[in-house]
Write a protein that binds this ligand. Structure first.
Ligand code: MN
Length: 386
């Protein structure tokens, strides 16, 4: 069994009120989760996923590691469905743990979302995981450069997360560890603020993993700290073989175990930001129908999740007599009708304009300077020479 030295740190950052990130350091299992959702739902989502991972029996197999992430997804999904105040919550999750096959011990790496696992060795920082994010899809599709993606206004939109659907695709790799390896797990609050070069420098200059984690969080805060920041540093204690042997390049030591999903490419082609939206402040889907310009029937408030209906300040207990669907259908139909009326008026105006224009033209064409355009003008030009 591979042993690990590790250090971890998390911080709310300089802007946010709540830290929705979380980490798991349960040697030999390590993870980072970045939750999203209104109010405190994101915090619940990341904590729920990490709890499932902590209590699952991973048993040193990559399949079990992936199954634990799938189980975490289903658990977050069910809580979001069952508890109205958690409606729409989700979380990223990246994790590492030992996996063994045919007597060879490796480190399994799993990922859903845009938290990252990096491998650092001898001054070289390599990102192992792929971000499931809109900007990553656009980079792959050739619409953005990596530099543009790093500062893109929608760089925090994820294309995959735990808790959004009952089933999720989990990416998985296995790393054959080598002397000098350091693994870094982090949320986007780190790499969104601190450059790869700076991260690599800290990993190379400080040997204590706890000091590394704290220093990276401090640097992210000093750079702005616009998001929650979470860092887990893990040093596998590899049995020292012949240390004079050159360590094989990362690409030769990392094997992809999961089938790549094509969602990144698919999204890159369509450029459509898919659900779920990353913003914790986006209203739940149901509330989009409540257009303030459309008069709503005063019967009852629409059946929205508690997070929204609580803020709509209705002190009376909700009346559940009338069936829900007609309430939302009504404004939609009214809006369609309104549009038809507007279109009809526009059509009438166009016809009127054409008629008026025709009258004006025919009266102007009495003037000989106007070029002949129609039958009436040919008649008039025929009469002018006399
Ligand atoms: Mn984040």
């Amino acid at each position: 069994m591979i042993r690990f030295r590790h250090g971890e740190a998390t911080d709310v950052g300089q802007v946010r009120q709540v830290n929705e990130d979380g980490f798991l350091a349960a040697d030999p299992l390590f993870a980072v989760a970045d939750g999203m959702g209104g109010h405190r739902a994101g915090e619940v989502a990341s904590a729920t996923a990490l709890d499932v991972l902590r209590s699952s029996d991973i048993d040193s197999s990559a399949d079990a590691l992936m199954a634990a992430v799938e189980e975490a997804n289903l658990t977050v999904f069910r809580r979001a469905a069952d508890e109205p105040e958690l409606y729409g919550m989700g979380t990223t999750l990246c994790a590492i743990g030992p996996v063994a096959a045919d007597g060879i011990e490796r480190i399994g790496i799993v990922n859903v979302g845009d938290s990252r696992v990096y491998l650092w060795n001898d001054g070289i920082l390599s990102q192992i995981t792929e971000d499931h994010s809109l900007v990553e899809a656009m980079v792959r599709g050739g619409q953005l450069t990596a530099e543009e993606a790093a500062s893109h206004p929608r760089r925090n939109v994820v294309t995959r997360a735990l808790g959004i659907e009952p089933v999720v695709d989990v990416d998985c790799w296995a790393l054959t560890p080598a002397p000098g390896d350091r693994l870094l797990l982090c949320s986007d609050g780190l790499f969104g603020e601190v450059s790869d070069d700076t991260i690599s420098g800290v990993l190379g200059n400080e040997s204590d993993p706890m000091a590394v984690a704290e220093q990276l969080v401090r640097l992210a805060n000093e750079a702005g700290g616009r998001d929650n920041i979470t860092v887990v540093v893990v040093d596998p204690e590899v049995v020292q073989g012949d240390t004079h042997d050159a360590v094989a390049p990362v690409t030769d030591r990392v094997e992809r175990l999961s089938v790549p999903s094509d969602d990144l490419l698919r999204i890159g082609e369509s450029l459509e930001p898919p659900p779920p939206p990353r913003s914790p402040y986006l209203p739940p889907a149901g509330s989009i129908d409540s257009d303030p310009t459309v008069p709503l029937p005063v019967v009852e408030s629409p059946p929205l999740p508690a997070a929204v209906s609580a803020s709509s300040a209705s002190p009376a207990p909700p009346v559940q007599a009338a069936p829900a669907p007609p309430v939302q259908a009504e404004p939609a139909r009214q809006r369609r009708l309104t549009w038809r009326v507007v279109l009809f008026i526009l059509a009438v105006l166009v016809v009127l304009a054409v008629a008026v224009g025709a009258v004006v033209l025919s009266s102007k064409s009495d003037d000989p300077g106007v070029a002949p355009g129609g039958t009436s003008s040919t008649i008039t030009t025929a009469t002018t020479p006399g």
